[in-house]
Design a protein around this ligand. Structure first.
Ligand code: ZN
Length: 321
């Protein structure tokens, strides 16, 4: 059987697996990032795990894709900067380093770009030519597929939808700037609003947070489902800001589909109605009617599948994808 390796390089874990050309993950495993937190240890650990899985499944590895969290120079196959991963990775040609160990072509790209490509190929973006993926969580990221190709831009940084400037004097974003979309809809933004609501007496929210041993977006979602008005209001605000952000994307790119993923995306039912209303209110009518906004489908396999797609896309296009 012919397979591609997909490697989803995260701040806590490295998820990797073998993926068929039909997008099926036939085997997967996880490595702890802190035990592979320098380039050599990463390449050694990933290569040995991929070889072990290939042998166990009598599969032939044709190529490997790696999605890494940060700014990637895809023309040179090297890391410009990683987020949430300690150690010296700057300037490391991770693709080439891994290639020497796995003995097949290795491609490196941004992790959210990989997921965007995975959802477009085998998930919620399937069947479209123009699709945008947006992930909601600790950070807010995105990946753009236009005319069936990933859009990377001049230096590989395209798709940073979380840092679209939404408000002139908005809340402070994790990137240091004011009023980014992320500052309105990220985990931190939701928790900031929830803490304020608890100070103002949101009782259901407070008791659920105490029972759960802390405040998380899931707790805010449960409080909203249980009828807590403040919690419901928080999700409406998330939907409102997100809808405005999506309206910018719709006006700028005219996609057929927008796929929403990430941990916060799981509260879909709570923010989607307001998100759709806000999108309709802020985007031009024709492109707003032409776009469908849907939930991601691949779950935690998305990073592995998307990274594998990176590998065979490059093969198909005979150069950097
Ligand atoms: Zn920002």
């Amino acid at each position: 059987m012919q397979v591609w390796g997909g490697v989803d390089f995260g701040g806590t874990t490295i998820k990797l697996g073998l993926v068929t050309r039909q997008g099926r993950v036939i085997a997967r495993t996880t490595l702890a990032t802190r035990q592979h937190a320098d380039p050599d240890a990463f390449a050694r650990g990933v290569a040995s795990a991929l070889h072990r899985l290939s042998r166990a499944h009598r599969a032939r590895l044709l190529g490997v894709g790696v999605g890494a969290p940060g700014l990637i120079d895809t023309t040179r196959g090297c890391i410009h900067r990683l987020t949430n991963v300690p150690g010296g990775w700057r300037g490391v040609r991770l693709g080439a380093l891994l290639e020497r160990r796995v003995r097949c072509r290795c491609v490196l790209d941004n992790d959210v770009n990989a997921v965007a490509l995975g959802e477009w190929s085998f998930g919620a973006g399937r069947g479209t030519r123009h699709s945008v993926y947006v992930t909601l969580g600790t950070g807010v990221g995105g990946g753009i597929v236009l005319n069936g190709r990933l859009v990377r831009g001049a230096i590989g940084s395209a798709g940073e939808v979380g840092h679209m400037a939404m408000a002139l004097n908005g809340p402070r974003c994790a990137c240091g700037r004011l009023g980014c979309l992320e500052a309105f809809v990220s985990t931190a933004a939701i928790l900031r609003r929830a803490r304020r609501a608890m100070r103002q007496g949101a009782r259901v929210l407070r008791s659920l947070a105490e029972r759960a041993g802390g405040l998380t977006p899931e707790v805010v979602a449960r409080a909203a489902v249980a009828g807590d008005q403040a919690a419901r209001g928080i999700w409406r605000e998330v939907g409102d800001a997100l809808g405005r952000g999506l309206a910018n994307i719709v006006n700028l790119l005219n996609p057929e589909r927008i796929v929403i993923g990430g941990g916060v995306g799981k509260a879909w039912r709570l923010f989607a109605p307001q998100m759709r209303a806000s999108l309709r209110a802020h985007a031009f009518e024709a492109p707003a009617k032409a776009v469908s906004v849907v939930r991601s489908q691949l779950g935690d396999r998305a990073g592995i599948i998307g990274a594998a797609v990176l590998a065979w896309e490059q093969r198909r296009h005979g150069g950097m994808p």
